[in-house]
Design a protein. Structure first.
Lengths: 336, 364
């Protein structure tokens, strides 16, 4: 016979009545001090979670509370029907270790392969119009704040456009703009618009400009802009999944890993675009070292150290959106 | 039972007054096991288990929160929560795509979201209240759409026009609103805090912020001075690089510390203000959270979570919950035994799940 001591609550008022619950035979329970009888099968007994207080709910809305978890478990065990023993999972070390392995493996695999693969899949399956729309919008957004009309001569601008023309597909569009903020730089928008700054055109020769064009076309080809947008949502999803509720963690804690992860994917994109540029140079029989020499000039112009000795690349690598210069140049010099 | 009685236990009580300190019996190690199993099962069931995970987590925290040895109860049904969660996630995905597309779609979508916001908040508060009971008596929350609209839209919109200056007033209105419509059985809660007290909390927070910022600026000046001296050297690049990187590191450390201290201060003082001015019928509450204690717990929690790559989360959550709950006392007029229960209607979980998915912060 199971006998459990605890408190009875009528469900009509908050009055606690000290009470003993007896299991009589195997079908009926008696609330001794209260004088009620209930069929065991009709009781609702929530499964055990840790070692908190346990509750038994009766069909008339009354309830019974007890701190005697083991006795309540026996009572639940005596009930007919299927029972899911979640507490077993939560109290045996082999299940805990297995859970830990599953979780860590999932998080690592999802970050390494899941996010890039899913973003690429979504980005490439969205209709071309999405790219056009986003590109038009982002251009409109930055056109006035980042750029001003080019200060190069009309003749030089036409020269550059003519140089690029044979390599462009119909959906590509090249713009030349002056930009104080970006300096010597080129950016690719999802709709195929490529913006070259005055400074980058002044800095580099024709072959180097073409190498940079190849790099930017790589961003467009691989839909990096769109992937970046999809990815942010996925990282957020991953984070929500792991922490469940982020009640205890402050927002600065939650933002940091997401930021680091974003930057590491961004570096992967740059590598992909570099590869595209090398292929582009090769395909059009241009000198393979044009990209490396363009990068060297850009690093020099922007005062970025190239010598691996002077750099603490490890920490910076995680913070940067581009691969570390020495690593990037080394990769380029290894390509045949 | 005597060990759960609060600091006032020795106070002579003419009426049958009882002082109960809220007790929290959750353990970091115990919660870790529940948490990790929850995540693993959620992964292998492709997210379906997350509804069961939520219920078990809630039950763990509720069943370990005790007043006078009686625990809180959570009644959320996993299947109902799963249903609500699926609908909420679908809505969220549609919303995310819509607001990132053409303005012609994005603007109306955002307006629809704004119109739905009071409904979401109202249903989430009601769902959580009705799924909670204590001593066999359910909590309840009843506010209508217009009342909620004022609190979650009108006041925040005014915030924009007053450059954020009325933020404490908006907070005050929110707590007043939640308390006013919250019931425990047939007993009603009421919040009688003064608006001025809420303003004082934020004024002091601003003063602390200004103080720390001054220190930051002074350090910045020192660094700039050293940099100026160093630039006169033959080979300055190494020194400059060191100055720049350590300067940035210091700045980040100060920024995080500032955020933490301000957050802890506002948290602690707000919880104290709310509970010290909250009544439930003839029952009152008392909270004495210490803000430096909250800051220390939050700081060490943050470090533990970062260096354990997230695995210390359950321990951190338990630690903070334990401190926050055990700082609260109930000043009961009569043993809390005479509260009359009231039938509460069933409610879908969509609002509560939407509040979670859209990351609305409804807690204090």
């Amino acid at each position: 016979m199971i006998s459990i001591s605890g408190h009875y609550y009528s469900g009509k008022t908050s009055k606690a009545t000290p009470c003993c619950l007896h299991l009589q035979g195997d079908k009926q329970v008696q609330l001794v001090e209260v004088g009620g009888y209930f069929a065991l099968a009709q009781l609702r007994i929530p499964a055990r979670v840790g070692n908190g207080n346990r509750w038994v709910y009766f069909p008339d809305g009354s309830s019974f509370e007890s701190a005697d978890t083991d006795a309540i478990d026996q009572l639940k065990q005596a009930q007919p029907g299927f029972k899911l023993h979640l507490h077993t999972f939560e109290s045996h070390y082999r299940y805990i270790v297995a859970s830990l392995i599953i979780t860590v493996a999932f998080v690592v695999a999802f970050a390494k392969w899941g996010i890039p693969a899913t973003t690429a899949l979504i980005a490439h399956s969205l209709p071309e119009q999405t790219n056009t729309l986003i590109g038009n919008q982002s251009l409109a957004l930055v056109e006035n704040s980042l750029f001003s009309p080019s200060q190069l001569s009309q003749q030089r601008q036409e020269q550059v456009l003519a140089l690029f023309q044979p390599f462009l597909a119909p959906h590509h569009q090249v713009l030349i703009r002056h930009s104080e903020a970006l300096g010597a730089n080129a950016i690719a928008l999802p709709n195929g618009t490529l913006v070259f700054t005055d400074a980058i055109i002044e800095l580099t020769n024709d072959q180097e400009l073409l190498a940079i064009l190849g790099h930017e076309l790589g961003h467009v080809e691989h839909k990096h802009g769109l992937q970046q947008m999809v990815r942010s949502s996925l990282i957020l999803f991953l984070y929500m999944m792991v922490t469940g509720d982020a009640a205890g963690a402050s927002s600065s804690v939650t933002a940091l890993p997401a930021f680091l992860l974003e930057q590491s994917y961004s570096r992967e994109f740059e590598r992909e675009a570099d590869d595209h540029a090398i292929q582009f140079l090769h395909q059009h029989q241009l000198p393979a070292n044009a990209l490396a020499s363009a990068l060297n000039k850009l690093y020099h112009a922007n005062n970025i150290a190239v010598d691996p000795e002077t750099q603490s690349t490890n920490v910076q690598d995680y913070l940067s959106s581009h691969p570390a210069p020495p690593e990037r140049l080394q990769r380029l010099s290894q390509t045949p | 039972m005597s060990e759960h009685q609060g600091a006032f236990a020795s106070t002579p009580s003419p009426a049958k007054k009882a002082y109960y300190r809220v007790n929290f019996t959750g353990q970091g190690g115990e919660y870790f096991k529940i948490w990790i199993v929850n995540i693993a099962l959620t992964i292998v069931t492709l997210g379906i288990y997350s509804a069961w995970a939520k219920v078990r987590t809630r039950q763990y925290f509720y069943n370990n929160t005790l007043i006078n040895n009686t625990s809180f109860q959570y009644h959320g049904e996993p299947l109902a929560i799963l249903k609500g969660r699926i609908i909420a996630v679908i809505l969220f995905v549609l919303y995310s795509f819509a607001v990132h597309s053409l303005p012609i779609i994005a603007v109306p979508t955002f307006l629809i979201f704004l119109a739905a916001l009071p409904w979401i908040v109202m249903r989430a508060l009601a769902f959580n209240a009705r799924m909670t009971s204590f001593k066999g008596v359910r909590f309840n929350f009843n506010a209508n759409y217009t009342q909620t609209l004022q609190i979650v839209l009108l006041w925040p919109i005014l915030l924009v026009f007053t450059l954020g200056l009325i933020f404490p007033l908006v907070k005050h209105k929110y707590y007043e609103f939640v308390a006013k419509h919250m019931k425990f059985g047939t007993s009603e809660f009421a919040y009688q805090g003064k608006i001025s007290e809420m303003f004082i909390i934020y004024l002091i927070a601003m003063a602390i912020s200004a103080g720390i910022t001054t220190v930051m600026v002074l350090i910045g000046v020192v660094f700039a001075g050293v940099a100026g001296l160093a630039s006169g050297l033959e080979d300055a690049s190494g020194v400059m690089l060191w100055l720049a990187s350590s300067g940035i590191t210091l700045f980040i450390v100060f920024y995080i510390a500032l955020n933490l201290v301000i957050w802890a201060f506002i948290q602690a003082k707000t919880v104290n203000l709310i509970f010290n001015n909250l009544t439930l019928g003839d029952n009152r509450f008392y909270a004495d959270l210490n803000f430096s204690q909250v800051a220390i717990i939050q700081f060490t929690n943050t470090l533990a979570i970062i260096f354990s790559l997230g695995l210390a989360y359950p321990w951190a959550a338990i630690r903070m919950t334990r401190y926050r709950t055990t700082c609260i006392q109930v000043i009961a007029a009569d043993d809390l035994d005479n509260i009359t229960a009231e039938q509460v209607a069933k409610l879908g979980a969509v609002g509560d799940e939407a509040a979670e998915v859209f990351d609305l912060d409804l807690a204090f």
